[in-house]
Ligand binder design. Sequence first.
Ligand SMILES: Nc1ncnc2c1ncn2[C@@H]1O[C@H](COP(=O)(O)OP(=O)(O)O)[C@@H](O)[C@H]1O
Ligand SMILES: [Mg+2]
Length: 561
Amino acid sequence: MLEQEKMNAEVISVFPNKVRISVDDLEDFQIAEEKLKVGSYLRIADNDNAVLIAIIENFTIEVGTTPEGVPRRKYILEANPLGLIRNGKFERGGDTIAIPPKKVEPARQEEIEKIFTESLEDGKKFTFAKLSTNPTIDVPVDGDKFFNKHIAIIGSTGSGKSHSVAKIIQNAISSKEGEYKGLNNSHIVIFDIHSEYKTAFPAANFIDISNLVLPYWLLNSDELQELFIDTEANDHNQRNVFKEAVINSRINHFDGEEEKKNRIHFDSPLYFDIDDVLTYARTKNSEVIDTGEVYASGEKKGQPKTTQGSLHGKLTNFVSRLENRINDKRLDFLVGEKSKKISFEETLKQLIGYGESTSNITIIDLSGVPFEVLSITVSLISRILFEYGYYYKRLRYEANPDEKINNDVPILLVYEEAHKYVPNSDLAKYRASKQSIERIAKEGRKYGVSLLLASQRPSEISETIFSQCNNFLALRLTNPNDQNYVKRLLPDTLGNLVDKMPSLKAGECLLIGEAVVLPSIVLMDRCNPGPSSNDIPYFQLWKESWKDLDIVAIKEAWGKN
Ligand SMILES: Nc1ncnc2c1ncn2[C@@H]1O[C@H](COP(=O)(O)OP(=O)(O)O)[C@@H](O)[C@H]1O
Ligand SMILES: [Mg+2]
């Protein structure tokens, strides 16, 4: 080897996705600014003036002896190569360095800072976190790539998911290009299953079961059947009668061109009256048909002979299910009078913040939605929002065939506890929401509709959806199944960093993905105000003196559902 000085640290192996380094004296190896940790960066130089930046993935200690027989310890660091600095510029990935590497040392703060600052144009920088090993360094992501590709935020309960979601959105709505007053053009819809987000976004358009109005007649045929038919019974009569009735009612209420009327089908997004369907089912269930003959003798002599219709008495269960659904007060938001009257335009307006008072954020508090209709509710809203993107793009291209931007009002859909809507399960009760969200995962990007999924059980999320996520915030995750699952799906060769996940602090996460300059372990900036998901200070509360409780008020709140 050439000018090798006596080295404290040396690279002992180089693989495409791993560098192994042996260090004699860790104290000498560290730099003043920072204690080395998993997640710290190393710089490895070669003779061609290229510098490889790598992130420490693990440490081991080897106990051995010197050639003279004196016991000694060696530290072995394994690090993942992230990219090269060549001629002062950092490139992700790229070739590895020329072998043999010349020198390895911890990367200097200025060097890392420079990578973060210079790798992205200022206008693209979107920042919500600091480097965990060095909290003076901001870690920006490419804001366009971040929101344009789907995002997954995963971590055990209490790891900081809700706070992270809130922080990202708070920064998004306050980012502005230039100086103007009023709202920016961000559009975010949050599916809030635990009623957490109202406190984090006091100015949001807030929708809950008391003011949500969804038109049942926009449900697709599968969802309609799930709502109004006992699908488990697999009864052809019910299905046929239901389908006939829906189509007939759509046709009867349609006042457009004849040619369009002839094309109306079960899935047409047109109004129908659910009461028409009930009337039709009742009629079929009690139908009596005149045979055209008369009784020749006996008591009924001379009276017309009748026979029961083919469905007579066979639809009793169906009729009573329909009645139950229509009269169920809890389903008023979906099948009540307002649902009959609301137009498509009004529905869309309320969902994307274009109502009476405009808003960047729409929070849809799902906590009051009965569990048996949660999936179709989420599905319906998601589909309406997807179709919005789809048709808006079409309109834009019709107006200007050279249009470059598919959607100049792009939206982000945020699903808290995503495993509840898009689980890795084929059960019928999840089918609706899963289908709608999977479609957005696969195609939404083209239409300006992207997803942010938060979950404490990533291994229970549909793989189709999860594998479409390009940017990950992986917070503390303790369940080994979930860790392995995440390891498998992470896009970079950083699987082993996942081993760090059980030991992360609240708000600390692995930030990985296409929008990221350098995969990093970061600490999320605190959001302000926070979601109402803070840990309850049990012990502090218990130490206070006995509190009165308004049990009547609790009962009344309960009764409202
Ligand atoms: N960036 C952060 N820094 C410090 N503490 C945080 C941070 N983010 C969250 N926490 C704390 O962690 C706890 C859990 O946060 P939360 O967002 O509710 O977690 P999750 O949604 O994953 O259950 C909260 O008490 C919160 O104050
Ligand atoms: Mg949470």
